[in-house]
Design a binder for this molecule. Structure first.
Ligand code: PEP
Ligand code: MN
Length: 347
C-alpha cells in the first residue's frame, strides 16, 4: 500500500503516519519528491480494508492506494513522479538530458583509460564505464585488474570531468568499489544475486541494475525492489539484451522494455546496445532507436583499439565511431524532447 501525503502536510503528520505503521509491525519507506512525500508500506497487515480506512483519516494524508503488483515501491504507483537519479554535480538519469556512459568493456591499462576518457568526454559522454572486476564465462579469461583498475578509472574520469560507472561482482567488494565509483553496476549475471542486491541497497551510491540474461521484466523489477526496500532508492535500470534462439546477434535487444518500463516503474531506464547486439555496426542504429523509444541514456563500449581489446572487441566502437554516434544522436534526442548531456552541448 502507498500513502500519498498532501503537498502541505506537516512533518508531524508524516510522523503520525510512520508511527502508526510501526505500531502495526509494518515497515515504512518514505520517498520525498519535489511535490509530495509518499510512504510505501511493506508487510502483511491482518485486515487491509480496515487499514486503508485508518490511514485515509489521518491528517495530511491525501490518498491511500493499494498496490496489487508483486513489486510495490518501484512501481509507477509507488511514487507520484518519475525518479531522477543524481549521480553527481550535473550528471543525472531521468531528466530532460540524457546520460551517456562510454568506455571499454574491461579496464586494461592507465593509458587505455586516459585515451578513452578524454575522447568520450569531448564527444559528449558524461560517465566513463569500464570493468575492473569482470564476470567472464571462462575462469581462464581475463578477470580484470581489480583495485588497480578502479584507480585508473577514477583518475582518468577525474581528469576528463566524467563520473565513473563500474561493476561490483561480489558482496565482499562492495565497499571497495563504492570508494572509487559514482554508480555501482550490478551485471546481468548477478541480477538475482539477492545478497548482493541487499548489500548495494545499504550503500549511499546509486545503482545501475542490468537485466538478467533471461529475466522477465517482472523479475527485473523485483530485483530493483530488493535494492529499494534495503534503503537505496537511486536505481537505474539497464536493458542489455536477452537470450534468444536467433544467433545473428549476441543477444536480442528488447527495446520494447523501454516503453513497458516507463509504464510500470518510476525508475529511469537506459539501454546497452553493445551487449545487446554484440556487433559493432549495430550499436549506432540501436542507440538511436533506444533514445527514440524513450530511454534515459546509453551505456556504450568504446575502445581506442578494439582489435586489441581483452574483452568484447567485436562490439566496441572506436573513438571516432563514438564521436560520430553522438553527433547523430543529437537530432534524435531533440525530436523526442530530450537533449544530449549538457557538457556535450558545451563541448
Ligand atoms: C558490462 O557491462 O561490462 C557487462 C559485463 O555487461 P552484462 O552484465 O550486461 O553482461
Ligand atoms: Mn563487455
Amino acid at each position: 500500500m502507498i500513502i500519498v501525503m498532501r503537498p502541505d502536510a506537516a512533518e508531524l503528520d508524516l510522523q503520525a503516519v510512520t508511527d502508526l505503521i510501526a505500531s502495526l509491525a509494518l515497515t515504512a519507506h518514505v520517498s520525498r519528491g519535489a511535490e509530495r512525500t509518499i510512504v510505501g508500506v511493506v508487510g502483511a497487515p491482518d485486515d487491509k480494508e480496515m487499514l486503508l480506512a485508518q490511514f485515509a483519516q489521518l491528517d495530511g494524508v491525501e490518498s491511500v492506494v493499494p498496490i496489487s503488483r508483486s513489486y510495490k515501491l518501484v512501481s509507477r504507483e509507488g511514487r507520484g513522479e518519475r525518479t531522477i537519479v543524481r549521480v553527481r554535480d550535473g550528471i543525472a538519469f531521468g531528466g530532460a538530458e540524457l546520460a551517456v556512459a562510454a568506455g571499454p568493456c574491461s579496464v586494461e591499462s592507465r593509458e587505455q583509460l586516459q585515451a578513452t576518457a578524454g575522447a568520450v568526454a569531448r564527444a559528449g559522454a558524461n560517465l566513463l564505464r569500464g570493468g575492473a572486476f569482470k564476470p567472464r564465462t571462462s575462469p581462464y579469461a581475463f578477470q580484470g585488474l581489480g583495485e588497480e583498475g578502479l584507480k585508473y578509472l577514477r583518475a582518468a574520469a577525474d581528469t576528463a570531468g566524467l563520473a565513473v560507472v563500474t561493476e561490483v561482482l561480489d558482496v565482499r567488494d562492495v565497499e571497495l568499489v563504492a570508494k572509487y565509483a559514482d554508480l555501482l553496476q550490478i551485471g546481468a549475471r548477478n541480477m538475482q544475486n539477492f545478497g548482493l542486491l541487499r548489500e548495494v541497497g545499504g550503500v549511499r551510491k546509486p545503482v545501475l541494475l542490468k537485466r538478467g540474461l533471461s529475466a522477465t521484466i517482472e523479475e527485473w523489477l523485483m530485483a530493483a525492489e530488493y535494492v529499494y526496500v534495503a534503503g537505496n532508492h537511486d536505481i537505474v535500470l539497464c536493458e542489455r539484451g536477452i537470450r534468444s534462439y536467433d544467433q545473428s546477434t549476441r543477444n536480442l535487444l528488447d527495446l520494447t522494455a523501454v516503453p513497458v518500463l516507463r509504464q510500470l516503474t518510476h525508475l529511469p531506464v537506459i539501454v546497452d546496445p553493445s551487449h545487446g547486439t554484440g556487433v559493432r555496426s549495430l550499436v549506432a542504429p540501436m542507440s538511436l532507436a533506444a533514445v527514440a523509444a524513450g530511454a534515459d541514456g546509453l551505456l556504450v563500449e568504446v575502445h581506442p583499439n578494439p582489435a586489441a581489446a581483452k574483452s568484447d572487441g567485436p562490439q566496441s566502437l572506436t573513438l571516432a565511431n563514438f564521436a560520430d554516434l553522438m553527433a547523430r544522436l543529437a537530432p534524435v534526442a531533440l525530436a523526442v524532447g530530450r537533449a544530449l548531456p549538457a557538457r556535450a552541448v558545451a563541448a
